[in-house]
Design a protein around this ligand. Structure first.
Ligand code: HEC
Ligand code: HEC
Length: 395
């Protein structure tokens, strides 16, 4: 579909090149990509991030179909160029002699195939990371945190690679737009380009586009108001609505542990220390940080069994895995607040904050973690008391 480099512009007519479903696909994928980048860094936005991942996988599924069933310029057969053609075209671009293509040019086509492949790689590795690191999604429980680390690296690597290809694609669009005096980004919006009279418009395919739009919006509604909401219960003041939280499966609970260990402080969930620490704490219970716990032998045994079965070595949560991974095998910490992972995670909190009336002690986990009782310690359930960040007034 290449025409000459400098065709007679006056004879050309606006012609529909990109059908509506292709444009809808393009812009939804592009904005999902941006959204997925913006929602990294904190579990607070995990529900959004994960939705965008599933959406992108669905979009790729659609695009693969549309590459066979779509209108002329959307079909793979219309931009099936090899790497050699892509390199040759790139050379022409540098020389300023590249031929104008009505559909995708050979270099752009290569970027499109890379992006289709990388979206699949990013999406699938993200799905595996979600199952392993967060123990959520269809694969929850099927993978260990150790395996998840590999998938997470793959996820980050492929996402970075994709960002590079996206930047290459954008550079290509800008350079091409200048070389051929046309706004390529706008034609991906309007669908039309100037073409010689002999080139026919494609069919817009509005019905399919509406169907695609309904699927995209419907899946969003289903996800945020059914899947996520069902995990969280209705929104309340502590749970700021379905779009921000993403809570995993509840951890084991034990009423004896709760009553024996919850009378002086939070009944710290056993997943926060390795089994050997609980063993040491319970055998040394007569000198428990200055208190004598006076536990009966039977109670002590019950507590120890529960602690051993749910200790950090069991890797039931991300925190449990990371607490044990950063401990030396010879170390038996008696405090959660002395483990390297805990220290690292809390290094930005000031001495004044720890001593503030709202917090009082490092061991007062529930002051900042709404899910401290449950033991899950998700980013999404973090809530630093506002009073702790304002300096105390001096009398
Ligand atoms: C009689 C009161 C009392 C009871 C009952 C009690 N503790 Fe404690 N515990 C303390 C005190 C006091 C501290 C030190 C708190 C501090 O330094 O802020 C402490 C600290 C801890 C810490 C260290 C917290 C940190 O800084 O990381 C752990 C772990 C702990 N207790 C576990 C248990 C377990 C398990 C039980 C139940 C078998 C239990 N405690 C029952 C009084 C109690
Ligand atoms: C002053 C408020 C505060 C208190 C009290 C506090 N934390 Fe935190 N905690 C934080 C903040 C802030 C972070 C997030 C650090 C970051 O940005 O990664 C955090 C992160 C964590 C994480 C990592 C969560 C994740 O997935 O990134 C764990 C686990 C954790 N805290 C456990 C505890 C435990 C156990 C206690 C009590 C012994 C405790 N925290 C007490 C503020 C607090």
């Amino acid at each position: 579909m290449a025409s000459r480099s400098h065709p007679d512009r006056d004879a050309m007519q606006p012609t529909l090149i990109w059908d509506l479903p292709t444009r809808l696909f393009h812009w939804t994928l592009a904005s999902s990509f941006v959204g997925a980048w913006l929602s990294t860094g904190s579990d607070r936005w995990l529900a959004v991030h994960v939705f965008l991942g599933y959406l992108m996988l669905g979009l790729i599924g659609f695009r693969l179909l549309w590459g066979v069933l779509g209108t002329h310029y959307a079909r793979f057969t219309s931009f099936w160029y090899g790497p050699r053609a892509a390199l040759a075209y790139l050379r022409d671009v540098f020389k300023g002699t590249s031929a104008r293509h009505i559909g995708h040019n050979p270099t752009g086509s290569l970027a499109i195939y890379f992006l289709l492949f990388l979206t699949l790689a990013v999406g699938l590795s993200g799905f595996l990371t979600l199952g392993g690191e967060e123990q959520q999604g269809a694969l929850s429980g099927a993978m260990s945190f150790v395996q998840a680390r590999t998938f997470k690296k793959l996820h980050e690597f492929s996402a970075n690679l994709m960002l590079l290809v996206v930047m290459g694609h954008l550079t290509g669009v800008v350079v091409e737009s200048f070389q051929h005096h046309e706004n390529l980004a706008r034609s991906m919006l309007t669908g039309t380009k100037l073409a010689e009279p002999g080139i026919p418009s494609v069919v817009p395919r509005r019905g399919i586009a509406v169907l695609l739009l309904v699927l995209i919006l419907g899946s969003g509604a289903w996800w945020f108001y059914y899947v996520v909401d069902a995990q969280l219960g209705p929104a309340s003041s502590e749970n700021e609505g379905p779009h921000v939280k993403f809570i995993g499966a509840p951890l084991a609970d034990n009423p004896v542990w709760r009553s024996e260990c919850g009378s002086c402080h939070l009944p710290y969930h056993p997943n926060l220390l390795p089994g050997r620490s609980w063993q040491a704490l319970l055998t040394g219970q007569a000198q428990h940080f200055g208190s004598d716990l006076s536990l009966e032998a039977g109670t002590s045994a019950t507590l120890l069994t529960y602690a051993a079965a749910n200790s950090a070595d069991r890797h039931r949560t991300e925190a449990a895995y990371k607490i044990t991974r950063t401990l030396k095998p010879a170390d038996t910490p008696l405090r959660i607040t002395e483990t390297p992972y805990w220290v690292k995670k809390h290094r930005n909190i000031t001495q004044a904050q720890w001593q503030s009336a709202a917090i009082k002690s490092k061991a007062n986990c529930a002051a900042c973690h709404l899910d401290a009782e449950a033991g899950t310690f998700l980013d999404a359930a973090m809530h630093i008391p506002a009073e702790s960040t304002t300096p105390k007034a001096r009398p």
